[in-house]
Design a binder for this molecule. Structure first.
Ligand code: ADP
Ligand code: 5GP
Length: 201
């Protein structure tokens, strides 16, 4: 039997809702996840490494990759470009790896359109007060950037119903377990098990 194809998983949610934290926890519990490394024009934060957290590009480099059709999706978020490089995604899925795209809502909707087999998960903060607390407490962004991100969060949350699943990130471990349960559940759907079904025909 052919190796089972991996799942393409989109993981979105307001900035500061804890996407990165939940993914880190989920990676500790599963060795089959690969998080795609995005390209961005925003400046690296303290502790971020080029090629690991993001591939950091100038605006010109980013626009040149758009021209070369090098992105699976890209979007402008709070004054910066972010995009998923096409390279390697298909190879990873064919190897059976579950590929996670941690991306914002506009990019997620693009994936929903172009890759209908993808599973879309929305990470919801437990409350708007908690979101503000987390975004401020992270101490990575200036006050004006935090304000912009919180304003954007209102629109992002209004789009959550377009996703397949919503996870409320109240406790990290619980949220990570829910994330992995969604992936396991999705793999049991008949449309992802055609090869198994064919064997009995
Ligand atoms: P995002 O990737 O969505 O922008 P982060 O993963 O950077 O968010 O999390 C933002 C902040 O919130 C971090 O300081 C992180 O430690 C904290 N955080 C994340 N999840 C939780 C949680 N369930 N409870 C309390 N704090 C959390
Ligand atoms: P941050 O600046 O906090 O790292 O990311 C800001 C937002 O951009 C987050 O919502 C994050 O998920 C999103 N993002 C990161 N990479 C990509 C990407 O490749 N494409 C899109 N569309 N959004 C991304």
């Amino acid at each position: 039997m052919n190796k089972r194809r991996g799942l393409l998983v989109v993981f979105s949610g307001p900035s500061g809702s804890g996407k990165g934290t939940v993914l880190k926890e989920a990676m500790k519990m599963s060795d089959n996840l690969t998080v795609s490394v995005s390209v961005t024009t925003r400046a690296p934060r303290v502790g971020e490494t080029d090629g690991v957290d993001y591939i950091f590009y100038s605006k010109e480099q980013f626009e040149s990759l758009i021209q070369k059709d090098g992105f699976l999706e890209w979007a402008c978020f709070c004054d910066n470009y972010y995009g998923t490089p096409k390279e390697r995604i298909e190879a990873l899925l064919s190897e059976g790896k579950d590929v996670i795209l941690e991306i914002e809502v506009q990019g997620a909707m693009k994936i929903k359109e172009t890759c209908p087999e993808a599973v879309l998960i929305f990470n919801m903060p437990p409350s708007s007060e908690e979101l503000k607390k987390r975004l401020t407490g992270r101490k990575t962004d200036a006050d004006d950037v935090i304000k912009k991100r919180l304003d954007t969060a209102v629109w992002e949350i209004s789009q959550a119903e377009k996703y397949d699943y919503i996870i409320v990130n109240d406790r990290i471990e619980r949220a990570a377990k829910s994330f992995l349960s969604v992936i396991e559940g999705e793999k049991c759907r008949p449309l992802r098990n055609r090869a198994v079904l064919e064997e009995y025909k």
